[in-house]
Design a protein around this ligand. Structure first.
Ligand SMILES: CC(C)(COP(=O)(O)OP(=O)(O)OC[C@H]1O[C@@H](n2cnc3c(N)ncnc32)[C@H](O)[C@@H]1OP(=O)(O)O)[C@@H](O)C(=O)NCCC(=O)NCCS
Length: 144
């Protein structure tokens, strides 16, 4: 598996995963903004034998790396891809000069919370009604 910066050509495959994964999926316009307009954004894809199997989006805001989006293709979950993508992202954040990694995650998203905890993230505080359906988020943080 390789992890490389996303290009416009990756968007159809990213959107196929995004649309079936999240209740409020990012749109093509949103990903295009991250790719072409947002100078603080990093969008990377994981590719296995030519197939896009996952992706991650993060921002560098001064010394903070903010993880915005991370997903693995449904049938390929539970095989270590998310863990590899997360580890790679944390390394890239560090190399970019970030001192802290931060993220928000649905309190019900046990798989993602376990993944983040396995890489040393700790819950910092709960954000009530953070998501569009009213669900709370955990804010999680890790020193890089
Ligand atoms: C969260 C997600 C990215 C994890 O990717 P993945 O490739 O399935 O995860 P991995 O196989 O690398 O697992 C890494 C760790 O995550 C945790 N984990 C993964 N799936 C889990 C599950 N179903 N239940 C509990 N923990 C789980 C475990 O700690 C696991 O480590 P272990 O295998 O040593 O127990 C993936 O499930 C996904 O795309 N989910 C939908 C999108 C999403 O929720 N993104 C996060 C938004 S904040």
């Amino acid at each position: 598996m390789i992890i490389r910066p996303a290009t416009k050509d990756d968007l159809p495959a990213i959107l196929r995963i995004e649309s079936v994964t999240f209740d409020a999926p990012w749109t093509k316009a949103h990903f295009l903004y991250e790719l072409e307009k947002n100078p603080f954004s990093f969008l990377f894809v994981a590719v296995e034998e030519g197939h896009l199997v996952g992706y991650v989006d993060w921002w560098k805001t001064f010394e903070v790396g903010q993880l915005n989006n991370l997903a693995v293709a449904g049938p390929l979950r539970g095989k270590g891809i998310g863990h590899i993508l997360l580890k790679d992202t944390l390394q890239r954040m560090k190399e970019a000069g970030c001192e802290t990694a931060m993220l928000e995650v649905r309190v019900s998203n046990k798989a993602a919370i376990a993944l983040y905890q396995s890489e040393g993230f700790q819950t910092s505080h709960r954000k009530p009604h953070y998501y569009e359906n009213g669900e709370d988020a955990w804010a999680m943080i890790k020193t890089l």
